[in-house]
Design a protein. Structure first.
Length: 69
């Protein structure tokens, strides 16, 4: 299988957008937890869990889409 540079750049761009989106989701989850009265450690942990969950789901979806194409 010969992968073109265009496909590789598109994949890198999708991964960069994915990381940015998951970072925003994690930050929002941490902020909402902190506003709810959680300690800093708990808010950080909730943000990390939200980031990991978002990354897992979005990378699974990207894998499905790339495999389907």
């Amino acid at each position: 299988m010969n992968t073109s540079p265009t496909h590789l750049m598109l994949l890198l761009l999708l991964l960069a957008v994915d990381v940015l989106f998951c970072t925003l989701v994690g930050a929002a989850a941490g902020l909402l937890a902190r506003l709810d009265g959680a300690t800093y450690a708990t808010a950080l942990m909730r943000g990390a869990v939200a980031f990991a969950g978002c990354a897992t789901l979005s990378l699974a979806f990207l894998t499905f889409v790339i495999t389907a194409l």
